[in-house]
Write a protein that binds this ligand. Sequence first.
Ligand SMILES: NC(=O)c1ccc[n+]([C@@H]2O[C@H](COP(=O)([O-])OP(=O)(O)OC[C@H]3O[C@@H](n4cnc5c(N)ncnc54)[C@H](O)[C@@H]3O)[C@@H](O)[C@H]2O)c1
Length: 546
Amino acid sequence: MNEKEKYSISPTGEKFPLPDPEDYKQEFETLEKRVNQEREKGREIVVVMGVGFVGAVMAAIIADSTDEKGNPSKFVIGMQRPSVRSFWKIPLLNKGISPVKAEDPEVDPMISRCVKDKQTLIATYTYDVLSLADIVVIDVQCDYLKEDLGNVRTGRTEMAALESSFGIIAEHIRPEALVLIETTVAPGTTEQVAYPIMKKIFKNRGIESEPLLAHSYERVMPGRNYVASIRDFWRVCSGINEEAKTRVVKFLNEVLNTEKYPLTVMDKPIESETAKIVENSYRATILAFLDEWSLFAERNGVDIIKVIKAIKVRPTHSNIIFPGPGIGGYCLPKDGGLGVWSYKHILGFEDDIFKITPLAIDINDTRGVHAAQLTRDALRNMGQPIAAAEILVLGAAYREDVGDTRYSGSEIIIRKLAEMGAEIRVHDPYIDHWWEFEKQDSYPGVGESKSRFFRNQEKLAEISVQNDLNAALKDVEAVIFAVRHEPYLDLQPDDVIKAIGHRAAIIDCFGILSDEKIHRYFELGCEVKGLGRGHIQRIKEKVRRL
Ligand SMILES: NC(=O)c1ccc[n+]([C@@H]2O[C@H](COP(=O)([O-])OP(=O)(O)OC[C@H]3O[C@@H](n4cnc5c(N)ncnc54)[C@H](O)[C@@H]3O)[C@@H](O)[C@H]2O)c1
């Protein structure tokens, strides 16, 4: 092990030594003692596997739940692999600090309250803790690896880690423990992947009973309503048999606000798994659908933003939304892929029934390229080549007012701009490190960076996200409004141009600029372009005539 591999470093730079092999025994003995004390208080022991974006908050919600008398009825242990990348989450959680940065003001106090005051939440790195659980909640990731940009079909589901988790769980748990899979999985996973793995291991352990497997997917939305999107929201669930179903319904009723947001119980786990995939494929599809109309609008003097506003008043069409420069987040770019992959590789079909789902993902994955081209065209109209131009991208996150960069449209904009030779600056009020660039050799995995789909990407490893907007603007040649972060919505053209120091190309990817602002940017000598905003040309001509 080299020096670097002995530590796990948190996003704020705190360095935590990884556990040594001899630490495990001591860790388990401490856990066992604590669990015995908690059982004496009548509490159920819940192990949440994977304390990432979903697991950390779900663990706190379970730990914060109470029985009818208002007493905590669960003791929760967050379990996390001691990997270099993720181990830091354990010591942080044990100090009562959230391992996920959240804009929801409920997250930090809830985790602190459960760890320090109620003492219903701790975290550990040892898989042995599984043997102490009454309930295991699986919140580890299940990635979908894409081989090409804009072709989800050539990708594959990363099943190995999940399969090994099922094996590890079956080797450790008590036969009567409920195993609740919350991870978004390829439909069929609970019954056709998890069940056989666990059944076989149970048999080897001499256990006759069926593994009690259940599935219930997360609909979490990181952002201002992070906690509510888990606790105060409708859930779908199912179990592999009647007992598993009864147990999962009981558990979710105890920890979530199901009185107000009743559960939907499906007959079989594949139905609950499919519901998640269809739900997200539907969303990805309605977003992708507007891509062609956005181009139509740009080329025919139409402002798609006003078109959408006009349509939205009709109640049946109220969820029509403008897609911006791409659809990111962890779920929408991959979930449809899990479904298409499963049809062939878990469920065994060879024919090709999927047309819309993969196409939607492919469109969404490549929308950022067009935003980069608009920037090139705006600079060209100002008589300036894109090569060597200093360009500021406003917003690195995948959506407004969150600090999550996973699969954000801005990444593709930047990679395409770099390919054309531009110099990139980035500003985001919610993000300190953009690992997709800073660690592009190894993040999200070795050989998985989107840098491999573009040339000229090396220097992007030097990107540092700036938090001072005025400093970031100084002397740039183009500004791209990429995300609808609140601090960007009220920016006044005069202030922007003053901070830059001269006229510039202004690109609006998200309907951020009002017509008045576009008008003013032209008056200030700028060139303006926007995704789906074909009416900009009219404003330009009007300013010229003045
Ligand atoms: N993030 C979202 O907005 C969101 C929304 C709905 C559903 N989901 C689904 O929830 C699941 C989890 O997503 P996430 O965003 O929390 O991912 P994440 O990467 O933030 O967290 C997963 C965690 O699990 C840990 N882990 C991986 N393998 C492990 C193992 N064998 N044992 C213990 N820990 C392990 C990882 O180190 C990581 O900390 C995914 O299936 C995702 O699709 C996510």
